[in-house]
Design a protein. Sequence first.
Length: 522
Amino acid sequence: MSVRPDEVRAVLQDRLAQYEEELELTSTGLVLQVGDGIARVYGLSEAMSQELIDFGEGVFGIALNLEEDTVGCVLLGPDDHIGEGDEVHTTGRIAQTQVGDALFGRVVNPLAEPLDEKGPIEGAEARPLEVIAPGVVKRRPVHEPLRTGVKAIDAAIPIGRGQRELIIGDRQTGKTQIAIDTIVNQRETDVRCIYVAIGQKLSTLRRLVATLEDAGAMDYTCVVAANASDPAALQYIAPYAGCAIGEWVRDRGGHALVVYDDLSKHAQAYRQMSLLLRRPPGREAYPGDIFNLHSRLLERAAKMSDEEGGGSLTALPIVETQEGDFAAYIPTNVVSITDGQIYLEPRLFHEGQRPAINIGTSVSRVGSDAQSTMMKQVGSRLKLDLANYREYEAFAQFGADLDEQTRRILAQGQRMIEVLKQEPLAPMSEVDQVIILFAGTRGHLLDVPVADVTEVEPLLIKYVHASAPELVDRLKATHDLTEQDAERLGNLIEAFKREWRLQHPDEERETPSQGGTGQEAG
């Protein structure tokens, strides 16, 4: 039997090719020091920045400091079993999380491991925590509204799909409540929501999840939680994990909303990690790249062009201030990155104005581009009415004699403040908002006592729906308030007021000098 060299060579090459496929090359290092969630490792010369490092027993770390002889890693789990001299290995994988449909309706940690005792998450796919934000060519201007259901926001500080709108204010002023109301208001839309909880107590997280479940919002919401008891590294990667899940929705042509609650705690976790890694501290002991930390996160929110699928990722970052200090380091950083801010003022909160939004300080840099035509029509005067009221309010405190025009401005402002009050977890449809804002801005409520405005509001909306369902349906379909529609709506409001007065004959009315029907105010 003769041996053919060509056949021998072919067999050997095939066997060698199969062997190379099974061969796994890893870089090995030794632990020099471990503690406080940080490990310094000697070796790992092939390690990449943000690469996952295997410390054994299911604990991984992220390589952040790539120095000449050592690598500084932050641990994503407990360090009880890790000691000096232990071997560690590179994985060849950049830090990643799991994304997919299976995550919605679930509570997970930043590594997409379930926290809700509903069983394992199946069918998810891996996605890097950090990617480069889409370029300008792949985007298009924000033009679609993302309705929050909150009158003060939708009318005066509109948010569009693909926008980055900051919610800022002192603690316990209702920042999280606005985010929750916005999530609940997406029930009838195609927007999927991701809520990222950073550094919160476990009891707070449980209450929030229960609230979403009771409101029927968990079906389209994913909660990514890095609690206060979790390592700083998990709190650091949590918003990037939430953003990756939202990007998965966006890149498939869908629409996603991600809430970062809050980036103040995120910055504190990053500061803790950086100081333990011996990085040079800067202002307020934060590292020099703290601005880049949040900018590379928020830049990933975008409204994509039609060629890229037309999807959107909207970001609602939350930042906590101390005693209303806007000029603090982290608040000024995030304000400069975002497309506007919703400022919640403690004084308004304690005065009973809920939500405690300061319309004068808040701003949306997208503006009316994110509003429908009818919302522009009724909301255009809102800021002017409130600004005039705040200006003349100081004069009224002195008890001086006021002329009729000043009294009218004060009466109008008082009623608009009452109109903007709204209960938590009670988002309003756009048509209902238009009805009550039309009544307020056009002066139809000037002869309604201030104390009765909140009582009149739901009754008026119900009356319009019952008396003119065709008008309501037309407004829902066209999102436009024509002159005929405005006249019809004004007549309905006046008819409602006549019926309401008959049912409340003892109510004290405003004098003609203080108000009137106010048709000329429009």
